[in-house]
Ligand binder design. Structure first.
Ligand code: AMP
Ligand code: ZN
Ligand code: FE
Ligand code: FE
Length: 295
């Protein structure tokens, strides 16, 4: 009997285009080595890594799922929203992402100044060098702090200095979760609430699910199996798509993190996601046609 070859997808991976330490080509190579069928390039506030990943995956049979993880904020709580199969040439999306990246830039400058007042003189140029051409953020500050011996690990830098309420913290310029969901949809994408476990509040999750999300990131290294089970039934109840991934950031030595390909979803889930994105784009075309039709 013929059995369909199973395939798995890691739909949440970061690259040097944001705060990952592996290039898009390198994450593709890791995905190939892991035998994945599909890989979601989901950098923070940028889609700059998608093209290079696609170029490296060309002809290998590995499918690259274009994605973005937009860091929105609600009442000083980080709310990360994934957009899958967004149109990477969408002008409004690109303008919004570019605005978010310049606001990251300003925020990092302010955080470095606060840390300096707190007796951690960091060289701003060095932090920028660590970030390279990628969307700059707190992890780059954290790495510079480790380098200077101010802390032992990125985690410690966050826990003691960079998390909300800590001395180095500066809130981000806000993009509302609702605005983010709408933006992703207008760009033809599928809006998924990332790692809901990180919200650490079912009340907040409930509030957020009042927004028109298409899916929930059920599988994530921070979710234990009872949590996964709970989110799975939530998805069934609410008709939400199920996604998942490792949230790989490069596997830097000494940092605990899940390796690429160790948290996955079945390709059937990917097909459902792709279908939803196709319907969304079709809807947008129809809207446009109706608009033209009405003069
Ligand atoms: P930013 O985008 O500048 O606000 O930085 C947030 C990013 O830092 C997140 O998306 C994670 O990649 C990373 N991060 C957040 N909290 C921690 C933590 N406790 N330890 C290590 N990395 C973290
Ligand atoms: Zn990150
Ligand atoms: Fe995230
Ligand atoms: Fe992430």
């Amino acid at each position: 009997m013929m059995v369909a070859v199973p395939g798995y997808a890691d739909l949440h991976v970061h690259t040097t285009a944001s705060d990952g330490t592996k290039t898009p080509a390198q994450v593709v190579e890791l995905a190939l080595a892991a035998g994945l069928a599909a890989l979601g390039i989901a950098d923070h506030d940028t889609i700059e890594g998608v093209g290079a990943a696609q170029a490296r995956a060309d002809g290998t049979g590995l499918e690259i799922v274009p994605a973005v993880e937009i860091n929105s904020e609600w009442r000083e709580r980080d709310v990360h929203i994934l957009g899958y199969w967004i149109d990477t040439n969408h002008d409004e999306l690109n303008a919004a992402l570019s605005h978010l990246r310049s606001s990251r830039d300003r925020r990092v400058g302010r955080m470095i100044r606060r840390l300096r007042e707190f007796n951690f003189p960091l060289d701003e140029a060095r932090v920028r060098e660590i970030a390279g051409t990628g969307a700059i953020g707190r992890p780059h500050i954290a790495r510079a702090m480790v380098e200077r011996g101010y802390v032992r690990s990125v985690r410690e830098a966050f826990d003691r200095y960079l998390a909300p309420g800590m001395p180095g913290y500066v809130p981000r310029e806000r993009i509302e979760p609702s605005e983010t969901v709408d933006l992703i949809k207008r760009a033809g994408g599928v809006a998924v609430l990332a790692h809901p476990g990180a919200l650490r509040s079912d009340a907040l999750l409930e509030r957020l699910l009042e927004l028109d999300f298409d899916g929930l990131e059920v599988y994530h290294p921070s979710h234990d199996s009872p949590t996964v089970a709970r989110y799975l039934s939530l998805c069934t109840e609410r008709g939400l798509l199920v996604t998942g991934g490792s949230d790989f950031h490069g596997g830097t030595e000494g940092e605990e993190e899940a390796m690429l390909g160790t948290v996955t979803v079945d390709v059937v889930r990917v097909a459902a996601l792709r279908g939803a994105a196709c319907r969304r784009k079709e809807g947008l075309i129809r809207e446009e046609e109706a608009h033209e039709g009405s003069g």
